[in-house]
Design a protein around this ligand. Structure first.
Ligand code: GLV
Ligand code: MN
Ligand code: MN
Length: 414
């Protein structure tokens, strides 16, 4: 068959996505498949079964990243790679991450059944713990693979119940023996839902981000004085939760105060002892700050830190701030981004060049290899929630853009 006529099988992609949605599926129609959980393990096993059916060369590295390689005619050339992540947010959606893994699988299935021979090898990948929700930071698998995060530090990270990353990786049987170290990659493509409202609002059906915003993650720990709430006067309290409340509002107001393009969020909080009749003495909360403008983000964080210190001092609480993660904005390869836009156009879609406000493994990949992403619309711009949705038609459309982006790059010897 003429290469330009080749199309993925949209029904087969849908079936794969639906089968995956059953692993960790929630009553609300979402997915709860946290990194290194039993659900993650089950989905990984199914993924590997599907890779093996295509006779791909499967390997698992010491981070639990899973690779499936299809040889090329010139097998020593750096491959064209595509993938995303199987893990989900707590009570998250059925498309975030898994669409990029199943989309790349559908490309492999299409290429396989049509006996296509590419010059370069093709590699499909599932990165470990993209979400960073159970174990922080996010995009751990790609971060270690790209030598941007330290393996031993990542192994030592714990979840809120004190379980260690490396022990959970061992428990699910996915600590492989291949070093988590990048090999040369000609191009990396990540297919993903947009997770925002822009494509829908602008009536476009394919997005090609020019890059990902910079992301800063802080963990703030406050210590106050616990006491019986009844007899303890309001005067002189060191209430860690009220201290946090003031700080959280500062974060909410920060983007407006700084001007420019920025979002800032406190999404996680732990209060101790968390009893209605004890003045709280221990709070841990997170700060997530994102902007394309790294300098603006740095100034914003300095401003917030000054406010935090003043609030803590006034309320008599001690404060400790840990910088858990910081990545500057991550521009993609302009030629590959253009290739995605052109392919979308050729396939009859209306593409949009945009920016990704969400983090992706493509961020770390862009630091070591030419990288681009393909977005499809999120209905009502909702994501990281159970109602996250994308039409099957759009899922198929994005997979076809991925197919042709991969094929054109893999046929190119340069
Ligand atoms: C990844 O899901 C992110 O936090 O953007
Ligand atoms: Mn994702
Ligand atoms: Mn996500």
């Amino acid at each position: 068959m003429e290469m330009s006529k080749l199309r993925v099988n949209g029904e087969r992609l849908r079936t794969a996505l639906e089968e995956m949605a059953g692993i960790g599926g929630t009553p609300g129609g979402g997915v709860h498949r946290l990194a290194l959980s039993d659900e993650d393990k089950a989905a990984r096993a199914l993924f590997i079964k599907w890779l093996s059916e295509l006779n791909l060369e499967v390997s698992v590295d010491e981070m639990g990243n899973i690779f499936g390689k299809r040889p090329g005619l010139e097998n020593s050339l750096p491959p064209v790679m595509a993938g995303s992540h199987i893990d989900s947010q707590p009570f998250g959606g059925r498309f975030d991450g898994i669409l990029g893994v199943m989309g790349a699988l559908e490309v492999m299935r299409t290429v396989h059944e049509n006996n296509i021979e590419t010059h370069r090898p093709l590699v499909i990948v599932n990165w470990t713990n993209e979400e960073g929700s159970r174990f922080s930071p996010a995009t751990m698998g790609s971060g270690v693979w790209a030598s941007k995060l330290d393996l031993q530090w990542i192994y030592s990270r714990t979840d809120t119940s004190g379980k260690k990353f490396v022990e959970e990786l061992d428990r699910i049987g996915f600590r492989g023996d291949v070093p988590a170290k990048a090999f040369p990659v000609r191009a990396y493509f990540e297919y993903h839902i947009e997770q925002g409202p822009i494509l829908e609002k602008q009536d476009k059906d394919v997005g090609a981000p020019g890059g990902i915003v910079g992301i800063t993650w802080m963990d703030v720990y406050l210590t106050g004085t616990a006491n019986q709430v009844g007899p303890t006067p309001m005067e002189g309290r060191n209430d860690a939760l009220c201290t946090a409340a003031e700080m959280i509002l500062k974060i909410d107001q920060l983007p407006k105060k700084m001007g420019g393009n920025m979002v800032a969020t406190v999404g996680e909080i732990h209060n101790s002892p968390n009893s209605r009749n004890i003045v709280p003495d221990g709070v841990h909360f997170t700060v997530d700050l994102r902007s394309w403008d790294d300098e603006l983000a740095n100034r914003a964080w300095d401003d917030a830190r000054n406010d935090f210190e003043a609030i803590a001092a006034r309320r008599g609480c001690s404060i400790r701030i840990e910088e858990t993660w910081r990545v500057d904005h991550m521009p993609f390869d302009s030629k590959l981004v253009q290739l995605v836009l052109d392919n979308a156009e050729e396939l009859g879609h209306s593409p949009l060049k945009m920016i990704s406000g969400a983090g992706h493994d493509a961020g770390y990949m862009s630091m070591i290899a030419p990288t681009a992403m393909i977005f499809v619309p999120s209905i009502d711009g909702r994501s990281h929630v159970e109602v996250e949705d994308t039409t099957w038609e759009d899922c198929e459309a994005g997979a076809n853009v991925l197919l042709h982006s991969m094929l054109k790059t893999a046929m190119d010897r340069n």
